[in-house]
Design a protein around this ligand. Structure first.
Ligand code: NAD
Ligand code: TYD
Length: 353
């Protein structure tokens, strides 16, 4: 791989994208990093305030569905790489409006692939199209077993179906047009800057504002949690050292049943807020289940660990404590993203509360 890179990061104003941008901008001052983001409800330039004036960082507001906008960014920067994170990312929203997920996640990805193919086809050497995907494409596990890179796709939600479809298109562009693609499928991320519609930041916000903690179904659903900065580190490794046309699973080797995780979070929040032990747990409320709810996700990340030497660096207890501290220290950020449209979404999603 050449010493200098010009990388478009799509979705760089979102949760994971902002951590990827920060890592690349600060570790690789000789690279140009272009944040291409449409700034939907989930995109927030506040996430990047600390690095926005770095000389190797550029922001372009553009929509991956709009071909001319993507072509314009290519013409301006002549990128040799794309790290593609832009997506509609929340399962519950995909149940409410699946078409938004079809447009952004499938058509937006194919649009990006088309532009890259057109712009790069005369010279594919040292190009890279890195597609960031999810373990949810593999469907649900029972009590045992792990997702490997060879597990068949069996998506159950409109979100995971749209990500699965985008993965297939990325693979097909590699096979058909020799586009130098790489795909990663990662487990649930947590950490600073996550929009408070996902479990952990939603519950942190509800504990702060003393609202009920809506646990879906019996609360015994299991997820494998990875600290977002460890995901950004894995993306860095795989971007530089991963093989073209390969898929890598990324996971935290850190399974938690939702209710156990929520109880741990409650204890941590009581401690940080100086509450009497047990205060936050009283907010736990079992609510009706999510339709098509996947029972368990668990990743076998041995391929990336053995081939590229990446593994998670931080324990869940430590990562969760850092996450809680970040939300407590960034009350203004939290307040700004939980007004207006968020309230409307919240009422629709949790109306039975
Ligand atoms: P996010 O919802 O926080 O951010 C998505 C970003 O994409 C936002 O900045 C938004 O403005 C931007 N965006 C949305 N539609 C766009 C469009 N049409 N054009 C340009 N930009 C657009 O998402 P996230 O949680 O950071 O996830 C990032 C990626 O990682 C997604 O592809 C997601 O599927 C994948 N992923 C997420 C997780 C997780 O736990 N959050 C786990 C594995 C994989
Ligand atoms: P979420 O953060 O939405 O991630 P994903 O669905 O992509 O795994 O949800 C994580 C788990 O928490 C999942 O099993 C659904 C559950 N959950 C609740 O019980 N209540 C909630 O309000 C939310 C948002 C999620």
């Amino acid at each position: 791989m050449p010493n200098k890179r010009t990388i478009i990061v799509t979705g760089g104003a979102g949760f994971i994208g902002s951590h990827v941008i920060r890592r690349f901008v600060t570790r690789y001052p000789h690279y140009k990093i272009i944040n291409l983001d449409a700034l939907t409800y989930a995109g927030n330039l506040e996430n990047l305030r600390d690095i926005e004036n770095a000389p190797n960082y550029f922001f372009e507001r553009a929509n991956i569905l709009h071909t001319e906008e993507i072509q314009g960014v290519f013409a301006k920067y002549d990128p040799d790489s794309i790290i593609h994170l832009a997506a509609e990312s929340h399962v519950d929203r995909s149940i409410l409006s699946p078409l938004d997920f079809v447009y952004t996640n499938i058509i937006g990805t194919v649009n990006l692939l088309n532009v890259a193919k057109h712009e790069w086809l005369d010279n594919l050497s040292s190009k890279r199209f890195y597609h960031v995907s999810t373990d949810e494409v593999y469907g649900a596990l029972g009590e045992t077993g792990y997702f490997t890179e060879k597990t068949s796709y069996a998506p159950n939600s409109p979100y995971s179906a749209s990500k699965a479809s985008s993965d297939h298109f990325v693979r097909a562009y590699g096979e058909t047009y020799d586009l130098p693609v790489v795909i990663t499928n990662c487990s649930n991320n947590y950490g600073p800057n996550q929009f408070p519609e996902k479990l952990i930041p939603l519950f942190i916000n509800n504990i702060i504002t003393k609202r009920p903690l809506p646990v879906y179904g019996d609360g015994l659903y299991t997820r494998d949690w990875l600290y977002v900065k460890d995901h950004a580190a894995a993306i860095d490794h795989i971007f530089h050292e991963g093989k073209n046309r390969e898929t890598y699973n990324i996971g935290g080797n850190n399974e938690w049943k939702n209710i156990e995780l929520v109880k741990l979070l409650c204890r941590l929040m009581d401690d940080k807020l100086g509450n009497t032990p047990g205060t936050s747990e009283k907010l736990i409320t079992y609510v009706k289940d999510r339709p098509g709810h996947d029972r368990r996700y668990a990743i076998d990340a041995s391929k990336v660990e053995q081939e590229l030497g990446w593994k998670p660096s931080i324990s869940f207890e430590e990562g969760l404590a850092q996450t809680v501290d970040w939300y407590l220290q960034n009350g203004e950020w939290l307040k700004n993203v939980t007004t207006g449209a968020y309230q409307q979404y919240y009422k629709g999603q949790y109306s039975s509360e």
